[in-house]
Design a protein around this ligand. Structure first.
Ligand code: ZN
Length: 138
């Protein structure tokens, strides 16, 4: 069984072939389009249509392309949450930054940080109870 990503609201599949497909719109703007994210944690390559240019430093609202629910976290400002199901069927909350260009990903299970990656995690560690073993990277 491959790793899957699903919407936290409708549980519809967001990973199609080799990308996670989301709808994104720039905060306080009508600029919107589809964005393809790399499902590999720590890979921040994104793909969009040339008519929809992602601007670094701008915040985007991500929505599920199936149910149109907003995926930005209401609990953690500037982070976006989707659900990952691993090879064993175990579910994790995946958080990534809604601010374009910021590289950080958290993989959370039952409020415990299982994995985190990216140079910008330092901005968000305050949201999570970071185990001591990670503190040396702060
Ligand atoms: Zn959905």
């Amino acid at each position: 069984m491959a790793v899957e990503y699903i919407c936290k609201i409708c549980r519809g599949h967001l990973k199609v072939k080799t990308s996670i497909v989301l709808a994104a719109s720039k905060l306080h703007s009508s600029t919107r389009g589809l964005i393809f994210l790399n499902p590999e944690i720590g890979n921040y390559t994104t793909t969009t249509h040339p008519s929809f240019e992602i601007k670094e430093g701008e915040e985007y609202i991500y929505t599920c392309p199936i149910c149109h629910s907003q995926l930005n976290s209401t609990k953690y400002k500037h982070l976006v949450r989707i659900i990952m199901i691993d090879e064993n069927g175990k579910e994790f909350d995946i958080y990534f930054s809604g601010i374009a260009g910021e590289k950080c990903t958290y993989k959370i299970s039952e409020d415990k940080v299982e994995e985190k990656t990216g140079p910008d995690v330092k901005h968000y560690d305050k949201y999570f109870d970071v185990p001591d073993e990670y503190k040396k990277y702060l």
